[in-house]
Design a protein around this ligand. Structure first.
Ligand code: PLP
Length: 334
């Protein structure tokens, strides 16, 4: 298999370790793939995808990368710092919901020197592709060459990042002498799930990738993941898969909605922080991890001794929720 050239941005391989104290009785051991430790300012899952996407940007010799996300987007923050590392300019098209804090990822975006345009949520949702294209056009008019990177760097190029991570995981499984049947991750734009499923299929490994949706629904992600894989196939017509990519999305844990964590979700993150010394984030991994616990309590995905949860990062996203964590901690004390 000929892999495209990537730029090195992530600290790889990341750790895989078993949770020692936290778990569900009579359920598989939970192992964490620590992709929250792929770096510091470039940490989380996006940087694995950006290694390939920005590899292409460097290959094309572009001056500027234009991408998009919410005001607290981990993807945008990782892109801003990765671009700074590579000497590229970045423009972030951000969705402004009006009530979000300017700390966390948004502060970091600005510190990394990214150009930013903020758009009201309604306009962003209705006109995202136009916004991206017109932003790119503004810079092209100034003589810059531009690469537009889609939401979450989830497309047929970005999926290489998690296809590579699947091979890394297979190596981890051998080292740790485990044979999990499921790898579970939070799903927000589908690229992580698509890449993992693709990588396991490339390797001929019988592992199903379970995405726990943090927005949208099952049908949306079944189609989105299929589309990312199809886009990959389109870009690499010579590459043949040994197996059919196995993936499934669960949409029962979106809860109050994207970036709207419930007290229960935040409490799980507090418990994991205190019992394992691991920080889950409120938007993605906290929600998805709680989903995994619920599934295990219902005896689903229990047909193996071990199960793997990919910790996809997001730590800077805790700060906008400071008051919620404080309220929960003080109510637990009283
Ligand atoms: C973006 C993100 C996800 C979701 O990954 P996708 O590939 O977009 O589905 C999960 N966790 C964190 C912390 C993220 O920032």
């Amino acid at each position: 298999m000929k892999w495209p050239e990537k730029v090195s941005l992530a600290r790889l391989p990341t750790l895989l370790h078993k949770l020692e104290r936290f778990g569900v009785p009579d359920a598989p051991n939970i192992w964490l793939k620590r992709d929250d430790l792929t770096g510091f300012v470039c940490s989380g899952n996006k940087v694995r995808k950006l290694e390939f996407v920005l590899g292409e940007a460097v290959k094309q010799g572009v001056d500027r990368v234009v991408t998009c996300g919410g005001m607290q987007s981990n993807h945008c923050r990782a892109t801003a710092f990765a671009c700074a590392q590579l000497g590229l300019k970045a423009h972030l098209v951000l969705r402004d919901t009006g009530r979000q804090c300017t700390s966390g990822n948004y502060l970091l975006d600005q510190m990394a020197g990214a150009d930013i345009s903020l758009h009201p949520a309604k306009e962003y949702q209705a006109r995202l592709s136009v916004l991206l294209e017109s932003t790119a056009e503004t810079y092209r008019d100034r003589g810059e060459s531009v690469l537009i990177v889609p939401t979450g760097a989830s497309d047929g190029l970005g999926v290489w990042g998690y296809a590579a991570a699947a091979f890394e995981l297979l190596n981890d499984f051998e080292q740790c002498e485990i044979s999990p049947r499921y790898v579970v991750c939070a799903t927000g734009s589908g690229g992580t799930q698509a890449g993992l499923a693709l990588g396991f299929a490339m390797a001929g490994a019988d592992i199903e990738v379970i995405g726990i949706a943090v927005c949208d629904d099952e049908l949306y992600f079944q189609q989105k993941v299929a589309r990312d894989i199809a886009d990959w196939q389109c870009r690499n017509p010579g590459l043949k898969l040994d197996a059919v990519p196995k993936y499934r999305t669960l949409d029962g844990y979106v809860g109050q909605g994207y970036a709207k964590p419930s007290d229960e979700e935040l409490s799980v993150a507090l418990e994991v922080a205190r019992s394992e010394g691991v920080l889950l984030d409120p938007v993605y991994t906290g929600k998805a991890f709680r989903g995994l616990l619920c599934e295990l309590r219902h005896k689903r995905f229990c047909d193996a001794e071990d199960i793997v949860f990919v910790h996809t990062g997001g730590g800077f996203g805790v700060f906008p929720f400071e008051s919620d964590y404080r309220r929960l901690m003080s109510s637990a004390e009283s």
